[in-house]
Design a protein around this ligand. Structure first.
Ligand SMILES: Cc1cc2nc3c(=O)[nH]c(=O)nc-3n(C[C@H](O)[C@H](O)[C@H](O)COP(=O)(O)OP(=O)(O)OC[C@H]3O[C@@H](n4cnc5c(N)ncnc54)[C@H](O)[C@@H]3O)c2cc1C
Length: 430
């Protein structure tokens, strides 16, 4: 009789709960602890921000679905994890004991690291649906009173795809509103070159994204460090290859959306042995924490080293496909431990991403993440937009049905002709 607790019911946590439940015996139980009882599909937030989706379109109430699947839900959220005691302190002062814990708490958004950054300051965010709704009000104001736009990702960010996506989606929305001619757009990023994406590029992402930006009249500044944001002005330092200041920019804006740096959430931040100095869960190749071997980490919450040296800090993205592979490996490994066996499953951590432009888009597959790669592929076209809508519909249906099967393996990989990419590597018994 084992109790498995999944902390966080986002993209990783929800499918983790479903997949774990399927692997457990009738006497074992799964509890999910989340902040609230609603699942929200983060990849659709850029569409919420331009009014192409409403919150209800991308939200799922987990209460009844979990109850149907026999999964307990604690919507109070966690105040602190106490891994030495195998328990979690919840926000209502109660405690929840566990035999195995899977941490899937996603990112804490580090807006406070740059003065004036974020929705409490002067820039918008699309990382959470609440912020995406606020961004939508700001986009509506921009359409009424057009002016310059700055979109991008700050130093230390680890999520560049959505910044590009949002720039192109906003371009499409402004063209449809017939005001694009009055909106000069600049893309400011800490990446060393356009299309780096935290992965040192994938296939031809550099040319594809530069060319898309030229076609859509979006100027760019790379190696850009945001120093501070004042109302209507973003102060940037452009650095050279050694990271030394090269040029100072004061970019005026009527609207700005900048992806912040991420760090681990407060409930785990600073726990010795569990997390790194940024608060991300330290894991081995089996997704397992070395200091607390009954604790696993998946999704954006885990620590992954950067792919190489860059003038400014540029983090590796953790995308849906990678997260699915982390979930599959974790479920397999916890099931092995419950059967008295050693964990042997290793997630492939391949990066597969669809970046939507609103009418077309680019897709890329990096296998493995760090170059040189076996698969280093990128492509563009209208099919990407169609596939992205398909991804949204399929994933939300999967969450509503309480199913654990994987979207990418079933759909996108067939389209790309790359089957079984997610196949787990099972190491031989020692
Ligand atoms: C704007 C945006 C667009 C993206 N688009 C794509 C895309 O198109 N394709 C792709 O593959 N990837 C995309 N990603 C990357 C990634 O897939 C998503 O960020 C994904 O949501 C990460 O899943 P996760 O489970 O790690 O974290 P999340 O989905 O963020 O879930 C974390 C969960 O933990 C909960 N939580 C946090 N703290 C606590 C606490 N103390 N107690 C209890 N619960 C807590 C939160 O409430 C949340 O429910 C995108 C990311 C962003 C930010």
């Amino acid at each position: 009789m084992s109790h498995i607790v999944v902390l966080g019911a986002g993209l990783g946590g929800v499918i983790m709960a479903y997949e774990m439940k399927e692997k457990l015996g009738p006497d074992d139980s799964v509890t999910v602890v989340n902040l609230g009882s609603t699942y929200s599909f983060v990849p659709s937030n850029p569409w919420v921000a331009v009014g192409w989706r409403d919150r209800e379109d991308i939200s799922v109430d987990l209460g009844t679905i979990f109850a149907r699947r026999g999964i307990a839900l604690r919507p109070e959220g966690a105040r602190r994890v106490h891994p030495a005691d195998n328990r979690i302190e919840l926000n209502d002062d109660s405690f929840l004991d566990y035999d195995y814990l899977v941490i899937a708490t996603g990112p804490d958004l580090a807006f406070d690291e740059i003065p004036g950054l974020g929705p409490a300051g002067h820039t918008q965010s699309i990382c959470q649906v609440d912020d995406a709704e606020k961004a939508r009000t700001a986009v509506e104001a921009l359409v009424r009173q057009p002016g310059p736009v700055v979109v991008g990702a700050v130093q230390g960010a680890s999520c560049y795809g959505p910044a590009y996506e949002f720039a192109f989606i906003l371009d499409t929305a402004l063209r449809r509103a017939k005001v694009r001619d009055r909106v000069p757009m600049t893309f400011a990023t800490s990446e060393p070159y356009i299309g780096h994406l935290g992965l040192d590029g994938v296939g031809d992402t550099k040319s594809l994204l530069e060319s898309a930006m030229r076609e859509r009249h979006i100027k760019w500044i790379t190696n850009a460090k945001v120093d501070r944001v004042e109302p209507g002005t973003m102060h940037l330092t452009e650095v050279d290859e050694a990271g030394s200041p090269k040029a100072a920019h004061a970019l005026p804006f009527a609207f700005s959306m900048m992806l912040p740096a991420f760090r681990g959430v407060k409930a785990i931040h600073g726990i010795d042995g569990l997390v790194n100095p940024r608060g991300f869960v330290v894991i081995d190749k089996h997704q397992r924490n070395p200091a607390y071997p009954n604790v696993f980490g998946i999704g954006v919450a885990v620590a992954i080293p950067p792919v190489g040296k860059t003038p400014l800090p540029v983090g590796v993205p953790k995308t849906g496909f990678m997260i699915e592979s982390m979930v599959a490996a974790t479920a397999e490994n916890i099931a092995a431990l419950l059967h008295g066996e050693a964990p042997r499953a290793v997630a492939t951590w391949n990066a597969v991403c669809l970046a939507d432009f609103g009418d077309e888009g680019i897709a890329f597959v990096a296998q493995p993440q760090i170059p040189p790669r076996n698969v280093n592929w990128s492509s563009s076209g209208r099919w990407v937009h169609t596939a992205k809508v398909g991804f949204e519909k399929y994933f939300l249906r999967k969450v509503r049905q309480g199913k654990a099967d994987t979207f990418y393996e079933n759909l996108v990989l067939d389209m790309l002709g790359i089957r079984k990419l997610k196949e787990l590597r099972i190491e031989p018994d020692e």
